[in-house]
Design a protein around this ligand. Structure first.
Ligand code: PLP
Length: 395
């Protein structure tokens, strides 16, 4: 893993859910783009034409991998912008005829979606209903169905949860929503899932899908909002009218090429990677749970999750303390939910699942990915239990 910081000397990176190391192939493709003059894609000279060609090739590739038309792909600055555009753009774009508008989202959405929905509800006097989840973190489909009515303009249900990796039954959601209100727009945040699932198949029927390049081996600062015509979203950012008037601003051509390349490699390797990474994740779970017998695997093995997620709650341990000790030894994981300052907050996901406060204080999220090796797992299994003991003996 020499592409990661060399301090401390050995790095065991088990935090792919936070961000993934840039794939060397993506770095190469991006370097190639900047090896010759690159203009603004809206211009008419040769470097501008080159930029436009590269941007449109990237768009074509993303569209093909998602089974959408190129015109349905909007490049954004990342998952957060895509989520904001999906929520606010949908509400602004749909003609309300003075009727009441309503949004339905799951209680376990990433803050990019949840806070957008809450802000939209406050600003626009929109009714917001949050769908509860069961103890495994799976949405209550009956409750969702009951909440959708003639006023519901948007339903936002993520494909897979960022903290736990739990997958939502999206095909059932699409069917249930369509049965209640065919005009409702369905938005799914597929940011965490994109490395491990067939996006075309898993997001079929959704009007809007959000992706972020840095979660799948691509660069930070570029994402996608894929539409399904006619989604009817209105721009949230005005200016030169780029991205077919839906997202103004000079396009990030290098980022778009990085996004397309990352998605291509993720799609090509997906099946093998999911099997390999799930095997490593299970070995990590077994090793840690054997050495820390009272550790709780938050999501039981039978529940559908992403291949790389392992969520543990370790009683008697403050996750911040454990994360710091792990970090000092070069073992990178996370507490699942962090705010901008890096401080850990109480997880709204675990709270929605009914996990007791005492347990969720010891919640650690290990996320494995394309760069994870058996050596990483072995090192974590060797070192983490001793650190847990150290904390427990000190307290
Ligand atoms: N949605 C999910 C599920 C995420 O995990 C993240 C990032 O953590 C985001 C949205 C936001 O993506 P970005 O970091 O590209 O803004």
């Amino acid at each position: 893993m020499d592409h990661l910081s060399s301090e401390p000397a050995v790095l065991t990176y088990l935090d792919h859910g936070a961000t993934t190391p840039l794939r060397p192939e993506v770095a190469e493709a991006m370097a190639e783009v900047t090896s010759e003059p690159l203009g603004n894609p809206t211009g008419s000279h040769r470097p501008a034409q080159r930029a436009r060609r590269l941007l449109e090739e990237a768009r074509d590739e993303v569209a093909a991998l998602m089974d959408r038309d190129p015109g349905q792909i909007i490049f954004t600055s990342g998952g957060t912008e895509s989520a904001n555009l999906a929520v606010f753009g949908t509400l602004a774009g749909l003609h309300r005829d003075g009727s009441t508008a309503a949004i339905v989202c799951s209680a376990v959405e990433h803050p990019a979606v949840l806070e957008s929905c809450r802000a939209a509800a406050l600003e626009g006097a929109v009714r917001l209903n949050e769908v509860p989840v069961d103890s495994a973190g799976v949405i209550a489909l009956n409750a969702l169905t009951d909440l959708v009515d003639v006023d519901t303009q948007l339903v936002a249900i993520m494909l897979a949860n960022n903290e736990t990796g739990v997958m939502q039954p999206l095909a059932d959601v699409v069917e249930a929503v369509r049965r209640k209100n065919d005009a409702t727009r369905i938005f799914t945040d597929a940011v965490q899932a994109a490395s491990f699932v067939d996006l075309a198949e898993q997001t079929r029927g959704c009007d809007l899908v959000a992706l972020s390049a840095h979660k799948l081996g691509g660069p930070v600062g570029v994402g996608v909002l894929a539409e399904w015509m006619p989604s009817g979203i209105a721009a949230r950012q005005y200016g030169g009218g780029q991205e077919r008037e839906r997202r103004s601003g000079t396009q990030n051509v290098v980022g778009a090429v990085g996004m397309a390349t990352a998605l291509r490699f993720a799609a090509a390797e997906r099946e093998d990677a999911a099997e390999r990474v799930a095997g490593l994740r299970d070995a990590l779970a077994e090793g840690l749970c054997a050495a820390i017998p009272d550790a709780v695997r938050t999501i039981a093995p039978g529940v559908a999750t992403l291949a790389g997620h392992l969520h543990l709650c370790i009683p008697g341990v403050e996750r911040e303390e454990l994360l710091v000790l792990m970090g000092e030894r070069g073992i990178c994981a996370s507490g699942g939910s962090s705010c901008a300052s890096g401080a850990l907050q109480t997880s709204h996901v675990l709270a929605a699942m009914g996990v007791a406060d005492g347990l969720s204080r010891g919640a650690i999220r290990f996320t494995l990915g394309h760069a994870t090796t058996p050596g990483d797992v072995e090192r974590a299994v060797t070192l983490v239990p001793g650190l847990v003991d150290q904390i427990r003996q000190g307290s």
